[in-house]
Structure formats: structure tokens, C-alpha cells
Design a binder for this molecule. Structure first.
Ligand code: PAF
Length: 283
């Protein structure tokens, strides 16, 4: 696997591969790779001839009060894992390479899709994500780019941007990968103390309870399901609820009566860690 930090050098390498008709896949990451990222990489390697994994802790998607400085950085281990799975290139630019002096363009999906859930709690987050993902898609020009359903709203926001800007890449959304006990894999799980790690199981437990209420008990009332979820979370002293919401899937529109595919989403803080999780239920 070749490691690139410069856009021009990566593009030169990709041009050679494109001339040999190689299909290019992109897996954008912020590093601290775990089994969730590994599943994106495996899918990308199975579906493309040449896979680029990008590793960039993108400053513009963090608010000044958030965890940019503390975000886990495990570059050597990330390179080993990506190479082992079959990535051909690692793109690890500096912030100056991605945002050179004078950079003044944002790419922003506006409206309901970015105003709800994480967009409400982190108002500048998605414009940072879409700006950097647009840059990465322009730099790499992949046929397919891979995102995890764990960041379910992000995946839909990226899809909307790609659709609206006619970016010629297919956005592939891969299932959530969980630890054996149900905790969704996330680089931010590294922030959890032992006690909070145990408490964080309340995320998957309350989602499973919601699914049980819908599928086996026939509950269809949004408010009632949400109040059952929030009751479970408030019974966990370490957990501080940011949001629990239900929307339609995949458009994330408001619904009262649950039918079709629905998206149940949670964000909960445990000490310094803010974790998100979600479940798509087909009714
Ligand atoms: O999901 C992430 O790790 C990031 O938001 C992404 C898509 C790599 C953009 O920085």
C-alpha cells in the first residue's frame, strides 16, 4: 500500500490506474480504524480494483468545544489494517493540504435533513462533513464511496449532496458492526471508562426494546415508543440523553404513525463521550 499526503501525487497515481481501466473505490475515514471501518474496506476491496482509504481528522466538522484534539490517532495500526485488507493507497493529508490558505468554500446541505438529530446538537457539523467529503470525492474521483450506517444521518446527508451536485459516484452504505455485547463500533468508544463502557449498552438495549415493541407488541405510536426508550436511558445514571427520535427511512421525514421503514436514532453522553446509534425497522 502506498501512502500519500499530497493531492497531486495521489492524483498522478490514480490517473495511471484509470488509464488501465481500474475501477476506484474510496473509503473516507478519520482513522482509529476498527471492525466497522474494516467492513467498509472489505466491501470496497471486493467491489473495486483499486481502493483508496483516506485518513483525515477533519477540523471543520468539530465545533471549538468538541474533541478534535483528543480524537484518537493510531496511524501505524491503521496503515497495517488497511494494507492487510487490500487497500492500495492511504491518503493522509495535512489540514493545510485540504484547506490551503484562502480556502473559503463550504458545501452545505440545507433544510430539514441537516437541521434534525446531530445537526440540531452540532449545528456546524454536517457542513464540515459535506465540505470535506466533496473535496475527497473530487480528489479521488471514485466509482463508489463507502460509509457506515452507524452514522446513519451522515450517510443520507452525503447521498443528498452527491445527488444534488451530480457527483458521479455511487454512495454505498454498509451495515452497523457491533461488539459481541451489542455496542456499535466507534472510534469514540475509546473514550469510555470501564463503568461507562458497561453503561453504554443501554443504547443497543433500548433500540432492541423499541424494535420488540413495534414488531412483537404491535405498537405504532411514535410518542409511546420514544417514552419507553427515554425511560430505559434515564434509568442508567451514567447516561445523559442528547436525543431519541424516530423518522421515516431513508428520507428522515417526520412521522407520527409508524409504517414502512423507520429510523430510530439515539445520541447519549457518557462522561466525555457522546455516542450515537440507530436502528432501521421495517414494519
Ligand atoms: O464518518 C467519518 O469518519 C467522517 O465524518 C468522514 C465521513 C470521514 C468525513 O470526515
Amino acid at each position: 500500500m502506498k501512502v500519500f499526503s499530497k493531492i497531486d501525487e495521489l492524483r498522478e497515481e490514480l490517473l495511471k490506474n484509470r488509464q488501465n481501466n481500474a475501477s476506484i473505490g474510496l473509503v473516507p475515514t478519520m482513522g482509529a480504524l476498527h471492525d466497522g471501518h474494516a467492513s467498509l474496506l472489505r466491501a470496497a476491496c471486493a467491489e473495486n480494483d483499486y481502493v483508496v482509504v483516506s485518513l483525515f481528522v477533519n477540523p471543520t466538522q468539530f465545533a471549538p468545544t468538541e474533541d478534535l484534539a483528543a480524537y484518537p490517532r493510531t496511524f501505524e495500526a491503521d496503515c497495517r489494517l488497511a494494507e492487510e485488507i487490500g487497500a492500495k493507497a492511504m491518503f493522509a493529508p495535512t489540514p493545510e493540504e485540504m484547506y490551503p490558505e484562502g480556502d473559503s468554500t463550504w458545501v452545505e446541505v440545507t433544510g430539514h435533513l441537516t437541521a434534525i438529530l446531530c445537526g440540531k446538537s452540532r449545528p456546524t457539523h454536517f457542513r464540515g462533513v459535506t465540505t470535506v467529503v466533496a473535496k475527497l470525492l473530487n480528489i479521488v474521483g471514485p466509482c463508489k464511496a463507502y460509509f457506515g450506517q452507524k452514522d446513519g444521518q451522515q450517510a443520507q446527508v452525503v447521498r443528498r449532496m452527491v445527488r444534488d451536485l451530480f457527483i458521479p459516484a455511487e454512495i454505498r452504505i454498509m451495515p452497523i458492526i457491533r461488539e459481541n455485547d451489542g455496542l456499535a463500533m466507534s472510534s469514540r468508544n475509546a473514550y469510555l471508562s470501564e463503568d461507562d463502557r458497561a453503561a453504554a449498552l443501554v443504547l443497543s438495549r433500548s433500540l432492541n426494546e423499541a424494535e420488540e415493541l413495534i414488531k412483537n407488541k404491535g405498537l405504532r405510536d411514535r410518542e409511546e415508543i420514544l417514552s419507553r426508550i427515554t425511560a430505559i436511558i434515564s434509568d442508567t445514571p451514567q447516561a445523559q440523553l442528547d436525543y431519541a427520535e424516530i423518522y421515516s427511512f431513508p428520507d428522515l421525514e417526520e412521522i407520527d404513525h409508524l409504517e414502512g421503514e423507520i429510523f430510530i436514532a439515539l445520541a447519549v453522553r457518557f462522561g466525555g463521550a457522546r455516542l450515537i446509534d440507530n436502528l432501521v425497522v421495517s414494519i
